[in-house]
Design a protein around this ligand. Structure first.
Ligand code: NAD
Length: 496
């Protein structure tokens, strides 16, 4: 019998009462599990129980909340390989890359274990004569998270550990395409000693998300996924008076200056463009060659041609299949649109065959040159192992090109010039910048700071910004009367 993926409501793993959705292994498209969506009654029960659990969880001392995260971190590390194996089978990622996905999440749990110092407020003594002002940071209530398929460990772990460490309760709606990893994360959270009701997991798609976006007891919504859904989540959630942080799609450029180290450029570009089959929101999908750096494109082609995808435990494989036949079809259509628009296709990954698993959603490394900004392959996030090369006459032109993009998630420059790097980091309108680093994802003591069409909201994921997002500040102004005689009433604002 096919394994059923349960919901986690009121501290119990229960069967979903809604529609069944198949979970497949993208390397052969066989069904490995079925996930049943939550019914409306189950959604309501999860929210009501999370609201009730908040009353006790918010009173739990902050050091106890931190210790829960310490125990959770230790359990995640103990189960690192097991989690990576589950993750690799439902996403198709190679084992090493799957371990990286889990590891990036573990680092956020480590950060959440620092919650006592992150929740310190501010104090000023004597703001007026014998009056002190101080602020506390308090949790919001029930928060919700909606996550994408491409990082089924890291992205749920961006959200619920931070929210829960802050004293909130949390409802997670993972991607229906790979729910097995988030469920194992949930089991381990329970094993770490999380009280019942603090975390709930519901499954489904738009119908279940709409309940979270419109329910008055949900105070904040975190979302990571595609652009149209990200916009919908932001608009709908804020219209229902919720705090929303919505991380969306991207088109990340890497600028290659002629003074860069050629071999470093080629190695980094290959890994950053086709790693994880290009299904990373920080993948490099556009290489901007400045001036004579264009002469390196034939060597880039040679290096990319040696890369091959394969099944998760094939140690020689550099990446796995794309998530679904639909995703492959979309990528192949976009490749054709690139050809039709006049871009030069140097490597075509559409007919890629992996003999040990021929039924998988394979796309080989694909390389275009002569790409221009009006082409669909330049404008759309392809989310596949496809790299587009564009040419720029100068650093200024490269910066202008990137600043004209509606996206602003990540970018990088490869150069040996401090002046060029300084100019780039200052002038570029992108939220995460790498200097001789292709994928500059900040570690969790900073925040994940995408800009423009890659992010809707103001407070970003993890770091201090996540604590701001999941809390409210209460500012107290206090006076304790001395033994001196009381003065009469005051009718105007005091100025000293
Ligand atoms: P997606 O938007 O299809 O799905 C994301 C989540 O939204 C899933 O849980 C899904 O069930 C839900 N959903 C889907 N359609 C919905 C609808 N109409 N209404 C409400 N909810 C809906 O995204 P995906 O394909 O799973 O993930 C890939 C995308 O995520 C890419 O665009 C990638 O760039 C983006 N992403 C962004 C970041 C970032 O930090 N900016 C990180 C990772 C992924």
């Amino acid at each position: 019998m096919t394994k059923q993926v349960p919901l986690y409501i009121q501290g119990e793993f229960v069967a979903g009462e809604g529609d069944l959705i198949d979970v497949t292994n993208p390397a052969n498209n066989q069904v490995i599990a079925q996930v049943a969506s939550a019914s409306n009654a189950q959604m309501q029960a999860a929210i009501a129980n999370a609201k009730e659990a908040f009353q006790t969880w918010k009173e739990t001392p902050v050091s106890e909340r931190a210790r829960l995260m310490m125990r959770y971190q230790a359990l995640l590390k103990e189960h690192h390989d097991e989690l990576a194996e589950i993750l690799a089978q439902e996403t198709g990622k190679t084992f090493e890359d799957a371990k990286g996905d889990v590891w990036r999440g573990i680092e956020v749990v480590e950060h959440a274990a620092n919650i006592p110092s992150l929740m310190m407020g501010e104090t000023v003594e004597n703001v007026a004569r014998e009056i002190d002002t101080y602020s506390y940071i308090q949790p919001l209530g029930v928060c919700a998270g909606i996550t994408p398929f491409n990082f089924p460990a890291m992205i749920p772990l961006w959200m619920f550990p931070m929210a829960i460490a802050c004293g909130n309760t949390f409802i997670l709606k993972p991607s229906e395409q790979d729910p097995l990893t988030p469920m194992r994360l949930t089991e381990l959270f329970e094993q770490a000693g999380a009280p019942k009701g603090v975390l709930q997991v519901v499954h489904g798609t738009k119908e279940q998300v709409d309940v979270l976006l419109t329910h008055e007891d949900i105070k904040a919504v975190s979302f990571v996924g595609s652009v149209p859904v990200g916009q919908y989540i932001y608009e709908t959630g804020t219209r229902h008076m919720k705090r929303v942080q919505s991380f969306a799609g991207a088109k990340n450029h890497m600028v290659i200056m002629p003074d860069a180290d050629k071999q470093q450029v080629i190695n980094n570009l290959v890994g950053a463009s086709v790693g994880a089959a290009g299904q990373r929101c920080m993948a490099i999908s556009v290489a901007v060659f400045v001036g004579q750096a264009q002469e390196w494109i034939p060597e880039l082609k040679e290096a990319l041609a040696k890369v091959r995808p394969g099944i998760w435990n094939d140690k020689g494989a550099s990446y796995g299949p794309v998530i679904s036949p639909k995703a492959k079809e979309r990528i192949c259509n976009l490749i054709q649109q690139g050809v039709d628009a006049g871009a030069e296709l140097l490597l075509d990954g559409r007919d890629c065959v992996v003999s040990e698993s021929p039924e998988g959603n394979w796309v080989g490394p694909t390389l275009f040159t002569k790409v221009t900004p009006e082409m669909p392959i330049y404008q759309e996030e392809i989310f596949g192992p496809v790299l587009s090369c564009v040419e720029a006459a100068s650093l200024e032109d490269a910066i202008a090109l990137i600043n004209a993009s509606p996206f602003g998630n990540g970018t990088s420059i490869f150069t040996s010039s401090g002046g060029a790097a300084r100019k780039f980091q200052h002038d570029i309108e992108v939220g995460q910048v790498g200097i001789n680093i292709p994928i500059p994802v900040p570690l969790p003591f900073f925040s994940f700071t995408g800009w423009k069409g890659s992010f809707y909201g103001d407070q970003h994921a993890y770091g201090k910004q996540a604590v701001r997002f999941y809390t409210e500040t209460k500012t107290i102004t206090a006076r304790w009367f001395s033994a001196e005689a009381a003065t009469g009433p005051n009718f105007s604002i005091q100025m000293k």
